[in-house]
Design a protein around this ligand. Structure first.
Ligand code: LLP
Length: 460
């Protein structure tokens, strides 16, 4: 169920609904999400980690990272599948509230939470506020004390592990805005690390209940090694402060960052493998330290929503230019005085609905969605309609050479950090999001209209 496949007419269809029907009903550009795919990935993650950690801490709490994509429908699916929700702003909390998510199943992140956000978290009785700095710890303690309440707090630490895709750096310097440094600070009183200072302070505030520790080592990570090393470092620290301050920290959150395949060169390890590798390390480290394992939680975003969605665009103008250097992957060699064709295929969206190629040099692929074609494949570059030459959707992709205006293209893997990062650059309306389930499409976020765009303009 929830499959995306060609129908008998050669048209791409989601759960049996052809893309032309989606275009007809909702227009383009359009984010097309398979609800069953989203739910299946959410469940798979929860099951894989629950299984791997069952004997260690009775399972894992999975907080879906709302920053990757959030609306009330998705928040409701998440709760429905037994996951919790990680938010990082008052706005995301508002979505969670509207979706009726129980505060106990919510967490709040952020390196600069406002007093209003902290108050909102307390109003909603949040399961955890992930505190990012000593300053913030003091503010949370004060606000909670003023309300005569206790704030449930996790401390975000920087374990000195930074990972991206298949590589990680074990001695990443801590010169970044997030988290409490675990490195001992010789200038601080008693030479304590910021992390330990925070533990000591949190333990001393009557208005703070210190639940445990948190870290997040990066994003789009394919291998378990970085997660495992971070887990070891945090467990060692946890054991040390438990002993020194005579406390018990019942929870440990290992963050998100599980990678997905955007193009065929991406080969992330399956969630079950990563979970098993992490569990093995947690099991042996706790045994070595002689501590009871804390309850483990994780915060995947991209790995749940990323592949559930494709963006549907309509092709407009096309042109072919001749360039000196052959495109990557074209197999052509760069001979002097030889030019190579490059075809530009313009679509009706671009960097306003997918900023990732511009921001991170991210790779995507594209396929002709509205029909099949027997025409020869031609190396093409899919570009948006924005007034910027860097407005590229897919840098190099083979598309049939008869692709023409009016054809529909699908760009897969756009569920995470695309709609979420979308903008109104050049006064383009942000696209809507359609969820397909059991063969029927439902608009879960309406696309903007020209009226929406002019609404906040206060007039001449
Ligand atoms: N937890 C924390 C504390 C985070 O900062 C993040 C992502 C996540 C969980 C979820 O990470 P995920 O599992 O989705 O990788 N805009 C960038 C990604 C930024 C990620 C920021 N933090 C991109 O489009 O690649």
């Amino acid at each position: 169920a929830g499959g995306v496949e060609r129908n008998a007419g050669g048209e791409l269809a989601v759960d049996g609904i052809p893309v032309s029907a989606l275009k007809e009903q909702f227009g383009t550009p359009l984010f097309v999400m398979s609800e069953s795919d989203f739910r299946a990935r959410a469940r798979a993650f929860k099951d894989a980690f629950d299984d791997a950690f069952a004997d260690i801490c009775g399972g894992v709490d999975v907080y879906y990272a709302g920053k990757s994509f959030l609306c009330t429908a998705v928040a409701a699916w998440v709760a429905d599948e037994g996951l919790r929700l990680d938010t990082c702003s008052g706005g995301e909390l508002a979505v969670a509230a509207r979706a009726g998510i129980d505060g106990a199943n919510l967490s709040l992140h952020g390196n600069n939470k406002s007093d209003a956000e902290i108050n909102r978290a307390l109003d909603m009785n949040l399961g955890r506020i992930v505190v990012d700095s000593l300053d913030e710890l003091e503010r949370v303690a004060k606000i909670a004390a003023g309300r005569g309440e206790t704030a449930k707090v996790m401390l975000r630490l920087t374990p000195g592990v930074h990972a991206h895709t298949h590589e990680f750096i074990a001695t990443a310097h801590e010169d970044q805005k997030f988290g409490l440094s675990m490195a001992e600070d010789s200038t601080a009183e008693a030479g304590l690390s910021a992390a330990e200072e925070a533990v000591a302070a949190a333990t001393s505030y009557a208005s703070v209940e210190l639940l445990g520790l948190h870290c997040h080592i990066g994003s789009q990570i394919f291998e378990p090694d970085g997660f495992a090393l971070a887990a070891e470092k945090l467990l060692s620290f946890l054991a040390a402060v438990q002993a020194k301050y005579s406390i018990t920290l019942p929870e440990l959150d290992l963050g998100g960052g599980y990678g997905i395949a955007y193009t065929p060169v991406d080969t992330p390890r399956p969630a079950a493998d990563i979970a098993k590798a992490m569990a093995a390390v947690v099991r042996s480290k706790c045994a070595e330290l002689g501590i009871t394992a804390p309850r483990i939680s994780i915060e995947p975003g991209r790995a749940i929503v990323g592949s559930s969605t494709f963006t549907l665009y309509e092709v407009g103008t096309l042109k072919t230019v001749r360039v000196d250097a052959p495109a990557a992957g074209s197999g052509e060699s760069a001979e002097k005085n030889v030019t190579h064709p490059r075809r530009y295929v313009s679509v009706d969206g671009g960097m306003s609905d997918n900023a990732r190629p511009v921001l991170y040099d991210a790779d995507y692929s594209a396929i002709l969605a509205s029909r099949t074609s027997a025409a020869a494949p031609q190396l093409s570059r899919v570009v948006g309609k924005h007034c910027e030459s860097g407005d590229i959707v897919v840098r190099d992709v083979y598309l049939p050479e008869d692709v023409a205006a009016g054809d529909l293209l699908a760009v897969p893997g756009t569920g995470a950090y695309c709609w979420a990062l979308s903008s109104n650059y050049n006064y383009l309306a942000r696209p809507g999001v359609v969820a397909v389930r059991d063969g029927s499409p439902r608009l879960i976020v309406r696309g903007e209209t020209e009226e929406d765009l002019l609404n906040r303009d206060m007039g001449a």
